[in-house]
Design a protein around this ligand. Structure first.
Ligand code: ADP
Ligand SMILES: Nc1nc2c(ncn2[C@H]2C[C@H](O)[C@@H](COP(=O)(O)O)O2)c(=O)[nH]1
Length: 206
């Protein structure tokens, strides 16, 4: 018997996670867990001064996701009900390792491992890989005011961090099915056939 699907859609900022997760949720009638972004009180300040605000921001994301995934475990996973989210908890570490240093990073890592060790983990991960150019265009298209301050060098580093992190995840968790989507070529917003191609791969795993 196939395990009950817990699907996470991942990729760097603007890769299309929320868009694709929403489309898949609609297609397969699976409840969607969405990241809360607009109510985040630190994002604006963070992009103005990363060093000053990174610890507060990373802890805020970690605590929010912890609560959401704890609820997900109770509501869906432990009841063998499928669920899809537009993030994987692992992204906390990807970002924190880029934005924190020294003692703060050590403390954060300890808290991260403590909080996440018994959280439900996705068994299907859709990783949208996209170039800097694509991410910048999509971030601009989305038009969030605070993201106009994102430094292209930061975004490029995140792209590389994601690549390393997902290669590590594949090695560490061979049981997790990872579907990699070429986000530069797959325009699942404008081209229905591109979405169908992804949906067919997901359907095989359900
Ligand atoms: N594959 C795609 N092709 C074209 N536009 C896309 C694609 N994926 C997302 N978009 C657009 O890019 C913007 C960012 O997408 P979003 O899903 O919010 O990204 P993320 O959740 O990864 O940050 C949105 O305006 C969305 O409509
Ligand atoms: N420093 C961090 N920033 C994060 C984290 N998760 C999300 N974000 C930022 C990136 C975007 O500006 C915004 C929304 O994220 P999307 O990828 O959904 O566009 O929040 C994090 O853990 N740390």
């Amino acid at each position: 018997m196939k395990p009950c699907p817990f699907i996470a859609v991942e990729g760097a900022i603007g890769a299309g996670k929320t868009t694709l997760a929403t489309m898949l949720s609609d297609r397969f009638d699976i409840p969607l867990l969405k990241e809360i972004v607009e109510e985040n009180p630190f994002l604006d300040k963070f992009y103005q001064n990363i060093e000053e605000w990174s610890f507060q921001l990373e802890m805020f994301f970690l605590c929010n996701r912890y609560k959401q995934l704890e609820d997900t475990g109770l509501q869906y996973v432990s009841r063998h009900q499928p669920v899809i989210s537009d993030y994987h908890i692992y992204k906390n570490l990807i970002f924190a390792q880029r934005t924190l240093k020294g003692v703060k990073l050590d403390k954060y890592r300890q808290i991260y491992h403590l909080l996440t060790e018994d959280l439900p983990k996705p068994n299907i991960v859709i990783y949208i890989r996209a170039s800097l150019d694509t991410l910048q265009k999509r971030i601009q298209m989305r038009g969030r005011e605070f993201e106009t301050a994102i430094d292209p060098a930061y975004l490029q580093q995140l792209i590389e961090d994601y690549e390393t992190a997902f290669a590590e995840l594949a090695e560490r968790e061979p049981g997790t099915r990872i579907i990699t989507v070429n986000g530069d070529e797959m325009d699942f917003v404008e081209h229905p056939e591109h979405f169908e191609h992804i949906a067919a791969q997901v359907k095989e795993l359900l």
